[in-house]
Write a protein that binds this ligand. Structure first.
Ligand code: TZP
Ligand code: MG
Length: 212
């Protein structure tokens, strides 16, 4: 089974704050141009998370937008999602690969050069790099690395990379110019009054900065 093609340009990471209207927000965001979706809710009960993952998969699969599950390999397998995204305190990518097999995507979060050099990147398809800026969305995130830190990490890694943390329409172009293949956002879309429009504005800025 070959791994699905993926486009990191505009990566939506979902948030508990929009749980009640999750499918609507995700659908609107995809209409606006989101290219990849991660279901992230570290506090959710397993059954509820699987139900949400199945609902999103039903929505996204016909549109050929991959669905990634934050941290939970079991949920990804149960729901038939396209992959997982693991952080530094989650399952190691090589263990996730052993469970998921070759046909699913694995993303890994890195904040520092040390984390990057310590990882077994053979199991990893893409890197999530950040937080670029301070963000209230993830209070336990590592310290912000800024665009200079992002540039340094992006230049070091051989894998496609997506930046995350405090990114919005006002700073997305400079983030892309630091050398990543896309931006990942939570609040810039999930907390927007019009998620489709927010996604469309971001997609246009990001794809412009990527020269597409
Ligand atoms: N990982 C690093 S920062 C972050 C995650 C999940 C939250 C990003 O949220 P926002 O609202 O786009 O700053
Ligand atoms: Mg995690």
């Amino acid at each position: 089974m070959s791994r699905p093609a993926f486009d990191l340009s505009l990566y939506l990471v979902t948030d508990r704050s929009c749980e009640a209207r999750l499918p609507e927000v995700v659908h609107a965001a995809v209409r606006g141009g989101v290219s990849l979706v991660q279901l992230r809710d570290p506090q959710a009960k397993t059954g509820a998370l699987i139900a949400q993952a199945r609902a999103l998969r039903a929505l996204l699969a016909p549109l050929h937008i991959p669905l990634i599950i934050n941290d939970r390999v079991d949920v990804a397998l149960a729901a038939g999602a396209d992959g997982v995204h693991v952080g530094q305190s989650d399952m190691r990518p090589e263990d996730a690969r052993a469970l998921l097999g070759p046909g699913r995507l694995i993303g890994l979060s890195v904040s520092t050069r040390q984390q990057l050099s310590a990882a077994d990147l053979r199991a990893v398809d893409y890197l999530g790099v950040g937080p670029v800026y301070d963000t209230p969305t993830k209070p336990d995130a590592d310290p912000a690395i800024g665009c200079a830190g992002l540039r340094e990490l992006a230049a070091t890694c051989q894998l496609p990379a997506v930046a995350i943390g405090g990114i919005h329409a006002g700073n997305a172009a400079q983030v892309i110019e630091a050398g990543v293949q896309g931006v990942a956002v939570v609040s810039a879309i999930c907390a927007a009054s019009d998620p489709e429009r927010a996604a469309r504005d971001l997609a246009s800025i990001v794809r412009g900065a990527l020269g597409r």
